[in-house]
Structure formats: structure tokens, C-alpha cells
Design a protein around this ligand. Structure first.
Ligand SMILES: [Zn+2]
Ligand SMILES: [Zn+2]
Length: 395
């Protein structure tokens, strides 16, 4: 044992380090040299053993005190000194090989499972929030755009009205659970390479409440809650659906009831928004395709389209090219927050006629033979004799 390294040195800390510093140094080292991460590495395994030994001493105030005063002689069972207070020290045995080591989770559990007196165990039996519920709802395109009030039915736990959630039959009492002593949890101690490993489970006698009921409420069988189908009215805000495809509404406190006086959980409603016959929605803008014939495209026209609520007149400028997008500002969806309306964007699709009469064909032939003259673009409708003739023909 002469070649043993100083325990503080092993954990890379100074003598006089605080409990928290020791704990965090151990955690870092244990994660680094854990056999799960260093398969077959003998050096790491030795290091890991060394770290654990150092920690098992320095984390125990009594052993730490002895070590600080007497060095290894104070804590080494081989030195014949351990009788005084080192009874727990021999508890961890090496020799198990890698298989005998605690897993990674065990290291974490050591720090969270209450073995170090953390707040978790103490608060476990306190008020707990009820579970959240998620439910889907189908709404139409228009309901998303203009808002709606929708009824929703859902089956959930509600507080039992006969016992007001206590679970005890009217007039009967509760007493502290004998299994866990009212803590709601039971602790088991396992001997491992890391020393005494504590794990904490919910007490099965009282289900974690810390109390046992003498006579259970006959309505809820002692659970304090009953299943019930309830109907709620859900306010769909106008303009919702501009962001995610399936927006979620949160109804605070409409989930399952809490326990031990804790608040109820929340209800999440995932909206499924239906499609529109004409429009595709992107944010607050609406997109549509408008088929026109080439006369309308060439000569310009005014076309009435059905907007969200009212009819809109879409002015097609003369000389509009296929694939052109026309924008009607402020005719889209009003934003769910700002109320500012998006636009309607109209993509122009020019439809080439397929069943032409002989007269129409003649006109097109003469059009094809006519010299191409650059027309001034959009806005200047020329109703000359030839163009008027063409327009009359196709309308
Ligand atoms: Zn219990
Ligand atoms: Zn009840």
C-alpha cells in the first residue's frame, strides 16, 4: 500500500475541498474512467477503482476525518484501524471485474436519488401537478381564418366529488403509511464497487402519497379521481394556422387533476386544418391559380374571383405572360396576433384553345403572318379593329 496515491490527488482536488467539490470531482473522474466507456482498458479500470476508493473515504465525514488525521492508516482495513468506525468501509468489494461495476445511471442516481439528502426525496410527497392531455381536433379552413367556438368532448380523470379527491370515505381518516413512514418513497441499498448504492422507488403500499386510507371512498375506490367525459368549448382564434401545419392550443388547467393539492395539468389541442377549394395558405398569404385564355392575356381583362368572403375583381393587364403572379394586397388572412392582413397571390395560367373553328383558325393565321410589333406593356389597352375582332371572337 506504500505506492498508494493520496486520495485528494486521485480526485484532483486540494485538501480541504468542500463536499460539493469532492462530489463534482468524483463525478467527472468516474464518468471519464468508467469501464463502460473504456472497454478492456486495464489502466482505466485501475484508475476507476482508485477514484471510487478515494471517493468512498472522502465522501464520508467520519472516514474523511480519520484520513485527514492519520492518512491511509486511518482508513485502510488492513492497518487494523478500521474497527472504530470503519464498519461500512469493507462493504464494497473489488474483484467483480467490469461486470460488477455499477452502470452509468447508477452514478447519476447516486446524486439524484436522495442518497445525499437532496431535495427530491423531501419534496416527493408534496403537491404534484396532474398529467397533461393531448387531443386532436379537425377544423375547416374558414374556421382557422375567421375563428370559431368549437365543442370538444374528452374523457379524463376528474376529482371525485364524494370525497373531494381525498380518496377516503366520508368521515373516515387517513394515517401515515407504515411502509415508507409518510415519505412516499422507499430506499434500497445495494453493495457495489461504488460503495453503498442507494436507489429510491415509489412506495407501493401508498402509491407515493405517504398516507394509507382506512376506508376507501366507494365511488373512486380510494384513488380520489373518477373517469368522466366532459364537454368543453374551445375558442379558435381567427388567423391561426399561419405558422405550423398543426398548431396547438393550450388550455391551462384542463388536464388531469393534480395530487396532494397540486394544480391540474394542461390540455393540448392539436388542430388539423382542412383544405380550401381554391386557396393554398402560406403564412397569411393565399395562393391560387387563375386560368385565362390567350386573348385575355394579350389584350387584358377584368376577372371576378371569389375571395375569402367577398367577390374580388382581378385586373389582368394587357400583355400578361403565362406564369405571371398578380398580387392583391390586404385580401389574405388577418394575422392571428397583429390583425394585419396578408395578400392573395394569383398565378396566371394561359390556356391554349384546342377546338378552334375554321374562322378562328383563319384569324390566327393572319395574326401569325402579321409583323410582330413590340407592344407597350401592361396598362395600355388598345382596342384597335383587329384586336377587337379577335377578342369578340373568343368571348
Ligand atoms: Zn408508503
Ligand atoms: Zn372518492
Amino acid at each position: 500500500m506504500a505506492d498508494k496515491r493520496d486520495y485528494y490527488e486521485v480526485l484532483g482536488i486540494q485538501k480541504g475541498a468542500s463536499e460539493d467539490e469532492i462530489k463534482s470531482a468524483f463525478r467527472k473522474m468516474a464518468m471519464k474512467y468508467h469501464p463502460d466507456r473504456n472497454q478492456g482498458d486495464k489502466d482505466a479500470e485501475e484508475k476507476f477503482k482508485e477514484i471510487n476508493e478515494a471517493y468512498s473515504v472522502l465522501s464520508d465525514p467520519d472516514k474523511k476525518n480519520k484520513y485527514d488525521r492519520f492518512g491511509f492508516a486511518g482508513v485502510d482495513p488492513n492497518a487494523g484501524f478500521g474497527g472504530a468506525g470503519g464498519s461500512g468501509f469493507g462493504g464494497y468489494g473489488f474483484g467483480g471485474g467490469a461486470g460488477g461495476f455499477g452502470g452509468f445511471e447508477d452514478i447519476f442516481n447516486m446524486f439524484t436519488g436522495g442518497g445525499f439528502g437532496g431535495g427530491y426525496a423531501a419534496n416527493y410527497n408534496g403537491p404534484r401537478e396532474g398529467a397533461d392531455i393531448q387531443q386532436r381536433m379537425n377544423i375547416t379552413f374558414d374556421e382557422a381564418v375567421f375563428g370559431a367556438k368549437k365543442k370538444i368532448r374528452l374523457t379524463k380523470n376528474v376529482q371525485c366529488s364524494d370525497c373531494h379527491g381525498s380518496g377516503a370515505k366520508n368521515g373516515s381518516s387517513k394515517h401515515t403509511c407504515p411502509t415508507c413512514g409518510g415519505r412516499g418513497q422507499v430506499e434500497t441499498v445495494q453493495q457495489t464497487i461504488l460503495g453503498a448504492m442507494r436507489s429510491v422507488r415509489t412506495c407501493s403500499t401508498c402509491g407515493g402519497t405517504g398516507e394509507v386510507i382506512d376506508t376507501p371512498c366507494p365511488t373512486c375506490h380510494g384513488t380520489g379521481a373518477v373517469r368522466k367525459t366532459v364537454e368543453l368549448t374551445v375558442d379558435i382564434p381567427a388567423g391561426i394556422g399561419g405558422g405550423a401545419n398543426s398548431p396547438v392550443l393550450t388550455l391551462r388547467g384542463q388536464g388531469e387533476p393534480g395530487t396532494n393539492g397540486g394544480p391540474a395539468g394542461d390540455l393540448y389541442i392539436v388542430l388539423n386544418i382542412g383544405k380550401h377549394d381554391t386557396f393554398t395558405r402560406k403564412g397569411d398569404d393565399l395562393y391560387m391559380t387563375l386560368p385565362i385564355n390567350f386573348t385575355q392575356a394579350a389584350l387584358g381583362d377584368e376577372v371576378t374571383i371569389k375571395g375569402l368572403k367577398e367577390s374580388l375583381v382581378c385586373r389582368i393587364p394587357a400583355g400578361t405572360q403565362p406564369g405571371t403572379t398578380l398580387r392583391m394586397r390586404g385580401k389574405g388572412v388577418k394575422n392571428v396576433r397583429s390583425g394585419k392582413a396578408g395578400d392573395i397571390l394569383i398565378e396566371i395560367k394561359v390556356v391554349i384553345p384546342t377546338n378552334l373553328t375554321e374562322g378562328q383558325k383563319d384569324l390566327l393565321r393572319s395574326f401569325g403572318e402579321a409583323p410582330v410589333v413590340e407592344q407597350p406593356p401592361a396598362g395600355s389597352k388598345k382596342k384597335g379593329s383587329w384586336s377587337q375582332k379577335v377578342k369578340d371572337f373568343f368571348e
